[in-house]
Unconditional design. Structure first.
Length: 172
């Protein structure tokens, strides 16, 4: 929390440290929800602008990353709704914000996975991104999404079921 305290006491360079530390994770969340690099980059800028403006409201009893991820999820979902999301096809490793290993023997990502993800609502993509790509626990997901652990577990289960159905439809 030292970096946050420094920022709150007027040291603007401290916010740059937070930005550099969390940019990749926030971008991965936005990209997982929006499935578009340009829209994700726009969302990330808005997310960090919101955080910059409202950092004083952060309750220091919880982890900063949990609060930041909640802002990222909410803002990304809002942007997806505002843009009236159109289905897009992007490689799965790109949506997660990670690069593929580039192994010549490695099979490319199954296009049915990208098709299934593109059919899911933004909230489903958000929870799947937090769980599978960001590897957050159900407790961390609940805190990031503003719900209980049980609600996060239920949402994850339902998102998996919707993904499975969309994947099977893409396979048909």
């Amino acid at each position: 929390m030292l970096v946050i305290e420094r920022f709150l006491h007027g040291e603007s360079a401290a916010f740059e440290q937070l930005y550099r530390k969390y940019y990749d994770k926030v971008f991965a969340i936005a990209k997982g929800v929006l499935l578009d690099s340009d829209e994700a980059a726009d969302a990330v800028q808005e997310i960090f602008t919101l955080v910059y403006r409202h950092l004083r409201r952060f309750d220091r009893r919880s982890r900063f990353s949990t609060w930041l991820f909640r802002v990222a999820v909410n803002r990304s979902i809002q942007q997806a709704r505002k843009v009236k999301y159109k289905a897009r096809q992007v490689p799965l490793d790109e949506a997660s914000g990670r690069e593929s290993a580039g192994d010549d023997h490695e099979e490319p990502a199954d296009p049915r996975i990208q098709e299934a993800l593109s059919k899911l609502p933004p909230a489903d993509r958000a929870i799947l991104t937090l769980f599978y790509w960001d590897e957050l626990s159900l407790q961390e997901i609940g805190a990031s999404m503003g719900c209980s652990v049980n609600a996060a577990k239920t949402r994850l289960y339902r998102a998996r079921e919707r993904f499975r159905a969309a994947y099977e439809e893409a396979s048909a």
